[in-house]
Design a protein around this ligand. Sequence first.
Ligand code: FUC
Length: 827
Amino acid sequence: MHIFKWRWVLCPIILLCCTNSRAQSPNNNKLWYKKPAAVWTEALPLGNGRLGAMVFGRTNEELIQLNEGSLWTGGPVRTNVNPGAYSNLQIVRDALLKEQDYEKAYEYTKKMQGYYSESYLPMGDLFIHQSFRDTAITDYYRDLNIANATATTSFVADGTTFTREVFVSAPDQVIVVRLSASKPHQLHFTVGLNSQLALRKAIRDGRVLECRGKAPAHIQPNYIQSKNPIEYTDTAGCRGMRFEMQLQAVAKDGKVTTDTAGVHVSEATEVLLIIAGATSFNGFDKCPDSQGKDEHALATAALGKAVKKSWTALRTDHINDYRKYFDRVHFTLASPAHNENAAKPTDERLLGYTEGAVDPSFETLYFQYGRYLLISCSRPGSVPANLQGIWNKEMRPPWSANYTTNINVQMNYWPAETLNMTEMHQPLLEFVKAVAKTGAVTSREFYHTRGWALHHNSDIWALSNPVGDIGHGDPMWANWTMGSPWLSQHLWTHYAFTKDKQFLRETAYPLMKGAADFCIDWLVEDKDGFLVTAPSVSPENRYIDDNGKHGSVSVATTMDMEIIWDLFTNLIEASRELGIDADYRAMLEAKKSKLYPLHIGRKGNLQEWYRDWEDEDPHHRHVSHLFGLYPGREISPVRTPDFAAASKKTLELRGDAGTGWSLAWKINFWARLLDGNHAYKMVHDLLHLTGQTGTQYANGGGSYVNLFDAHPPFQIDGNFGGVAGMGEMLLQSQNDEMAILPALPDAWAEGAVSGLKARGNFEVGIEWKNKQSNRISIKSLAGSHCVVRTAVPVKVNGIAASAVKDAFGYTIQFNTEKGKTYELVPR
Ligand code: FUC
């Protein structure tokens, strides 16, 4: 809902700006280019949460690279992978807590590892060979319209305009391509399907091209040297899923023939290509082959249904479905040079922005693009978005394009609730149920602990063991144990935003309790009586201890303690909300009070380690110890000013540079520190054209030409963390109050946003000028009590509200009625 209409603003100066802001909306929803994609990171992503397509927009040799979110190597996780693991735990603990022999602890920690995760796969490539012989191509244009999730390519050859429109439909579960020519009978082309995976092709009913394939049993992670990294033979049993792609052309006129080389079309004017794809994946605990779904039946049914629909019906259903989510949030900034900037193709606009052009509407486009991407790669019923969302062309993608849980998969979902896409959170929340099952086995087998444990990597099989192929991984990532409490935060967050008590009672609470049980058993007492984690790492940094020794395994890293604090705090609140488990709650409260506390180091920083040690890499990309600032809520300028000041010092010492996701995290940190200008600086750094084009690893995050986040290489978390951070600049609600424009930068002095969500299930719109909100609209969707923090005192629905003033502004409180909207204006 667009709560604020610019027409309400009467002052002529504003009207001028409003005209601008209005004028920007129609064409500020497009990424567009004057040339085809030369490389994958210039192609444009489409998706319905399950099927993904990267559209290159080439003229004679169009390439649309295809993915299916559940197409991974492997099969259900194995149990009892390292029966000797547990025997090392006490040795590690003694080495850490009694002998202070951290090198020994490191060596023995390595003995507590299992297998690497499986790998996400590319499904196929759709080629369209359309020959124009020697004819010159003119008027070339391609775009991605994020307002209707459609990519269009058009160009002129021999006096005919050729247009190709592509979308991936969620209601119809197919990819749709329409090719059309402005003059009759000018379409002559062949469409083919290929894959890097083994395919068998067949023709059904003379008109459907079927491509049946099988995924490898395992692929070694790309960072492992291996002579035969791709294994098709299933030695372990139950590994290697089937998949199928189907293609059919529907032509209004002309001739269409289909053989295994592809679909051949001539003398047509308009042709629809319908592509269906499915895998046999049937859940994390089912053999993908013998117990798999019937991928042939799934693809056949989707294709059969879609070919009967008209282009208009397919397109209308797709757009209506997509807009249900996308249209919930509007964000505009006064953008004086908008028309000039938007007149540039996106690659040039990005370059201009990188070189310093002031272009606020590009920032709002980037914000909405992040929302577009989550809606496109994570839908109810799909598997969670991986390191690349659902878009991957590599057989051995970076870090297996898996679920990396020491920051990355969580970051993917940071904008889900705040930016009004709660449904898109569902795949991750469902995944927690699966990983809690495998994690219970891992917890028991590796540590003899209760509850469920998850380490730093997972996959669609809900892998939960510490990776490393038993002894080959570095514990600074492989043996990080805080996956279950961190993922539990998402369960609580979903409840906090939706107030869905049934979800809390039936789903979230038991899973959170399972994670807490693991943490309770995992914690041990140090000699001062504090509860600590041991072994403990701070992803993925190393310390230099007081004796000058470098290491990564130690005791009670700040991140561990903050994550456990977060879970215990959330679980205590959850049990209160549900009015259950008073004894368990009292036990948690007692444990919480004994957790090793936060410390401020001698540099005034928030200590990362158990002791005030130096960092081996002071500028490390991970800033794990600020978890309590974001996404946690232990640290805040309002409630814990000393730790907030120490966090600020930490960020200054760490510096701004980092990988894409690191820059994105820092937007959120600075927003939580209420420093809008520094947060904005980080937005700028993230939306900065990277010098990389391929899958190269390099320092310095940024954005590719298609505005995908560059780690580099491409990793989608930075897109999601980045836009979540932009949301945190506009609205925060983690401290039992809704802070309006808490970190507004000078560059965003005037604008309007609507449809943001706040905890308590409020939908919030804000309109501001000169950095001051002049209208706030709060729609109460659950009838929760509302506490609002503003910069100036306000009236609520015309009545002056009594406000409490402190150094951070004014807070007012009022009860709300479910379904009612409250308008707040300056008094
Ligand atoms: C973590 C990070 C890396 C990368 C990888 C997928 O291990 O430290 O930078 O993002 O995940």
